[in-house]
Design a protein around this ligand. Structure first.
Ligand code: ACO
Length: 322
């Protein structure tokens, strides 16, 4: 049996930091409201002209260095993003070219905030079939480009960034299980209501923005993430206490603490970056993973539960023996 395991991680955040105080000047909000309702203290915003592929490239280089992987070694590239540089070619193809790689499969995955979990699950399956030996899996976003900076309901939540992992064939797990789900009946609760074949003038004019019914999203997210914890533990015959670290999608500290409670897990066993990064959508889980590996909290041999929930709705988990 072939398994896949993470041999390197990398993360990148744009230089520009936007603190809550700056948002107080833009919309009718307060630092106190943002911190207490979301946990966000600051977020990073891509510079003008800085693209999702730029962020992805930085994160990819760091992950490759950590895994001692060269461009010649990579035989699959998957980029999870909702904010690609172009309609096509895919951001994965642009990244492949930047990294000097030719001929490997390279494609994007669009599952909004669950995108990285989807991409990781796909790469894991490629490796398990024997068709891939070393995959570069990236979550990268410039969400600031699809935010209405006059809408206080959404503009306080999001940030830009990228996270990456190298996933390699291995004789032992690695990735123990992945679960992916979606339910399109919730399509209207969280969306950008324009696209190439719908109202595309908004895209051309730069007026395609995230719309969210935050309260409704919140309720479904808490229930769904609780269910995915149960699904993952029961499928792997694990008890709550077997999980060493929860690495959740960084949407909101209140959603994250509800999931931790479901696991009877103290918050010091939960990787939290939403305060520093905001919600970076597909980048949030690999960024949080990279932070906790680099600062030494996550150690080899630890059992990790990665989970995410996002637009679609989509949701998923990855259980990892790191
Ligand atoms: N500053 C000040 N007041 C605000 C702000 C703001 N930025 N935004 C909303 N308010 C007001 C509202 O207008 C409302 O006022 P009212 O009572 O006078 O009507 C009040 O605050 C409470 O609003 P709620 O929406 O009930 O606040 P809630 O506690 O639900 O928090 C939040 C809102 C933070 C958006 C929360 O609902 C949330 O986190 N939802 C989930 C977001 C999420 O998980 N998204 C999923 C992934 S994202 C993706 O996939 C791209």
């Amino acid at each position: 049996m072939i398994y896949s395991s993470i041999t390197g991680t990398g993360g990148y955040l744009p230089e520009r930091i936007m603190e809550n105080a700056e948002l107080e000047q833009m919309v009718n909000t307060s630092d106190e409201w943002i911190k207490s309702r979301t946990g966000v203290v600051k977020r990073h915003i891509a510079a003008e002209g800085e693209t999702t592929c730029d962020l992805a490239e930085h994160a990819a280089h760091k992950a490759m260095k950590a895994a001692s992987a060269s461009s010649d070694d990579i035989d699959l590239i998957i980029v999870a993003t909702t904010t690609p540089d172009l309609i096509f070619p895919s951001t994965a193809c642009l990244l492949q070219h930047r990294l000097g790689i030719r001929g490997t499969a390279a494609f994007d995955v669009q599952a909004v905030c669950t995108g990285f979990i989807y991409a990781l699950a796909i790469a894991d399956k490629f490796i398990k079939t024997g068709s891939t030996k070393k995959a570069l899996v990236v979550g990268a976003e410039t969400l600031s480009r699809i935010i209405d900076w006059t809408d206080r309901d959404t503009c306080v939540l999001f940030g830009d960034g990228a996270g990456a992992v190298i996933l390699e064939a291995s004789e032992t797990p690695g990735i123990v299980s992945t679960f992916l789900h979606a339910d399109g009946q919730y399509k209207d609760l969280l969306k950008v209501p324009s696209g190439i074949s719908t109202d595309c003038t908004k895209i051309k004019d730069g007026n395609a923005f995230i719309q969210m019914q935050g309260n409704e999203v919140f309720k479904v997210a808490v229930n769904t993430l609780g269910r995915i914890v149960d699904e993952t533990l029961s499928a792997n015959n694990l008890k709550k206490k077997d999980i060493d670290w929860l690495v959740p999608h960084q949407a909101n500290t209140r959603i994250i603490s509800a999931t931790a409670k479901k696991l009877d897990m103290p918050m010091d066993k939960v990787i939290l970056t939403v305060d520093q990064h905001g919600n970076t959508s597909a980048a949030s889980v690999p960024l949080a993973l990279d932070v906790a590996i680099r600062d030494g909290r996550i150690q080899r041999g630890d059992k990790l539960l990665l989970e995410a929930f996002g637009g679609g709705f989509t949701w998923g988990s990855a259980l990892i023996d790191y």
